[in-house]
Design a protein around this ligand. Structure first.
Ligand SMILES: *Cc1c(COP(=O)(O)O)cnc(C)c1O
Length: 354
């Protein structure tokens, strides 16, 4: 059996969820969209269900997967419905629904659900992706209030730059939101992971932690709260071949790496078809039998190569950590011009072990 594995630490997931709740003092919807950022939505939701205030997903397909697995907790559809007829299932499956567009609002007004509907009304406070502009928001809110079948409206918005801790944009978005919701007694929800960890004074009845649940920092620099997160995923594999090469010999496609001295090369069963980033440069950190090592040569589809020259005890069968506690996914992502979100979501083919 190919030794590539993604080990998922569900205790770490619970630890990170509790941290989100603790530092925000709010109720928290665990964001498990995109198969829980590659960690397995059903298993992650099951691990959190006893304590989670609810879950959030991107679409009804993801919500149904959780319901079919027996998850009874509230589930919010972060983009609401994509077609009006989904409202029937939203009603039948007791889902919460974002409304971010005029056509969705029209559809909610027309709906005649059997059960009371909970709507999260989204404001575009400056992200400029979806949501009602501040000047349209109050009218949209009044229309929902006038629907007898809409029994609860949560006021929400989303930050574009909360990961930039010295950027004024987040405060501007909060101000835009606050100016419109002033006087409304409804619950509010603004903060994603960087908002939770980096912006403590934003009003919050609900927070929406995603990446922090999985233990990756959303920030480029060290941060005292983000440093308390525990990585949930360890991506690991083993060395399946070893060879020694004299100085001057190239390694791998395109001869990107050329040995400047005699090298011992280890081949690891992990490649970009597993979701490991192909753009990892020479020198990218890995951990080999618990010791720091580095990638040399281009990452191929199913294999990558590491330098074993200074690790004489390592060899065939040595365990290699590609990311995890010793190689933070955010550090690797930064080296590859990416973000930990994308590394996690790209994971495929690798069996997950819980
Ligand atoms: C994905 C998403 C989140 C979670 O964001 P993180 O940065 O991963 O914490 C929160 N809110 C909305 C609306 C989202 O789409």
């Amino acid at each position: 059996m190919r030794p590539a594995r993604a080990l998922i630490d569900l205790d770490a997931l619970r630890h990170n969820y509790r941290l989100a709740r603790e530092v925000s003092g709010a109720r928290a919807l665990a964001v498990v969209k995109a198969d829980a950022y590659g960690h397995g939505a059903v298993r992650c939701a099951q691990a959190l269900e006893a304590e989670a205030d609810g879950f959030a997903v991107a679409c009804i397909e993801e919500a149904l997967e959780l319901r079919e697995a027996g998850i009874r907790a509230p589930i919010l559809l972060l983009e609401g419905f994509f077609e009006e007829r989904e409202l029937e299932l939203i009603d039948a499956q007791d889902l919460w629904c974002v409304v971010h567009s005029a056509w969705q609002l029209d559809a909610v007004e027309r709906a005649r659900p059997r059960n009371p509907l909970t709507v999260w009304l989204k404001m575009d406070s400056g992200m400029h992706r979806v949501g009602f502009f501040p000047q349209e928001y109050r009218a949209a809110y009044e229309r929902l209030q006038a629907c007898p079948h809409v029994t609860k409206v949560v006021l929400m918005s989303h930050f574009a730059r909360a990961d930039e801790l010295d950027c004024a944009r987040t405060a501007e978005q909060v101000a835009a939101f606050e100016s419109v919701r002033a006087g409304l007694g409804n619950e509010v929800s603004l903060r994603n992971s960087p908002g939770i960890l980096g912006w403590p004074n934003v009003p919050s009845d609900w927070v929406r932690p995603g990446i922090m649940l999985y233990g990756a920092t959303p920030f480029e620099q060290a941060h005292p709260l983000a440093d308390q997160l525990r990585p949930v995923m360890t991506l690991q594999s083993k060395i399946i071949s070893v060879r020694e090469l004299p100085a001057g010999e190239p390694v791998g496609y395109g001869a990107r790496f050329v040995a400047g001295r005699p090298v011992r090369v280890g081949v690891v069963a992990m490649g970009y078809a597993d979701g490991y980033p192909r753009h990892a440069p020479d020198g990218t950190p890995v951990f080999i039998d618990g010791k720091p090592g580095r990638i040399i040569g281009r990452v191929s589809m199913d294999m990558l190569t590491v330098d074993l020259t200074d690790l004489p005890a390592a060899g065939l069968g040595s365990r290699v950590e590609l990311w995890g506690a010793n190689v933070p996914a955010s550090q690797l992502a930064a080296l590859c011009g990416s973000i930990p979100y994308q590394l996690f979501c790209n994971l495929k083919r690798v069996p997950r072990v819980y």
